[in-house]
Write a protein that binds this ligand. Structure first.
Ligand code: F6P
Length: 338
């Protein structure tokens, strides 16, 4: 069999470990041929490929980013000027020209939706979920998330000493698009005093009260972790700037902001993410060997399984209000601003 593999959407730690997991299992265990498709679906449209032989698959386990490159190309999206209609047919033609038996799509929600649409063209597809945001529906955890949480936690750890030295409030804005998974996990692991999640919204009076209560107890400094997807009234400034201003005005305590940004998704994957990526890649190859197509591999209750792409497509996995870390945090006096 011959398989094609691409990575699409924002990069994250663990994509190369996945490419290795798919490729080495395919080559060594199943005797398949593997073609890497460059820059996501753009490479399939432009016939931009590379052969993933044993040498090309070496040295990938700990490498950040993606050796295939990535793009946010959406081949099913019609442009306002009506162009782009031909792309689905180009995908069919190039898949056939390559002689593929299956296309493996590593990506987040958008990619899994595109993968489902590709399967509806009559092509064989397997999806592998990846994103630091951990918001792909159908899997308990995406690789990239664990690494991003470690990086964000270390950043919060480092804010504590400067916050307490200057008696300041430190607001740190973390990635996650519309989802607050990184903010919740890093906020809790880093000992934030206030955690604001896009899913829960916030009441600034409650945020300020929590900070003033701490000051009254002899802790005139606080750490506030917020998700980048937080809905705020002023769209011209970042949530971090917006919240910092309201805190400083409302409490009279000097407040500073940090937007952690892309360091959260750069660099080497954690050991957990390397192993998750390897397991998911291996299972994707196994499904292809068995002829079980149009599914997304996933992790559920620590078992590697798969779900139909039709079930995943178009859904988002957000933090539920009764998530156990939220309940535990509230019991310990951490404010969620609501
Ligand atoms: O999905 C990963 C992510 O880093 C989000 O956390 C963030 O909102 C988004 O990608 C940034 O996208 P871009 O790479 O297009 O700037």
């Amino acid at each position: 069999m011959k398989i094609g593999i691409l990575s699409s959407g924002g990069d994250c730690p663990g994509i190369n470990a996945t490419i290795r997991g798919v490729g080495k299992t395919a080559l060594t265990h199943f005797g398949m041929e593997v073609t890497g498709i460059k820059s996501g679906f753009l490479g399939l449209l432009n016939q931009d490929y590379l052969s993933l032989d044993d040498e090309a698959l070496s040295g990938l386990l700990s490498l950040g980013g993606t050796i295939l490159g990535t793009s946010r190309e959406k081949p099913f999206k019609k442009l306002l000027d009506g162009s782009g209609d031909e792309k689905p047919q180009v995908i069919i033609d190039n898949y056939k020209k390559l002689g593929l038996d299956c296309l493996v799509c590593i990506g987040g929600n958008g990619t899994q939706k595109t993968a489902y649409k590709v399967s509806q063209l009559g092509l064989n597809v397997i999806g592998i979920p990846k994103t630091i945001d951990n918001d792909v529906w159908g899997t308990d955890i995406t690789f990239g998330f664990n690494t991003a949480v470690d990086i964000a936690t270390e950043a919060i750890d480092r804010l504590h000493s400067t916050a307490s030295s200057h008696k300041r409030v430190m607001v740190i804005e973390l990635m996650g698009h519309k989802a607050g998974w990184i903010t919740l996990y890093a906020g809790m692991a880093g000992g934030a005093d206030v955690i604001l999640l896009p899913e829960l919204g916030f009441n600034i009076n409650k945020v300020n009260k929590a900070i003033l209560d701490r000051a009254q107890k002899g802790k005139p400094y606080s750490i506030v972790a917020i998700g980048e997807g937080l809905q705020i009234d002023d769209t011209k400034i970042s949530p971090a700037s917006y919240i910092s201003k309201l805190i400083e005005e409302g409490t009279g305590i000097e407040t500073r902001e940090t937007i952690l940004g892309y360091v959260q998704r750069g660099g080497s994957p954690s050991a957990f993410d390397r192993n998750l990526a390897t397991r998911l890649g291996g299972h994707a190859t196994e499904l292809i060997a068995k002829g079980e197509f149009n599914r997304m591999v996933c992790l559920r209750e620590d078992k590697i399984k798969s779900v139909p792409l039709s079930e995943v497509s178009g859904k988002l996995k957000l933090v539920p209000p009764d998530q156990d870390l939220i309940i535990q945090g509230k019991r310990m006096g951490i404010s969620f601003g609501i």
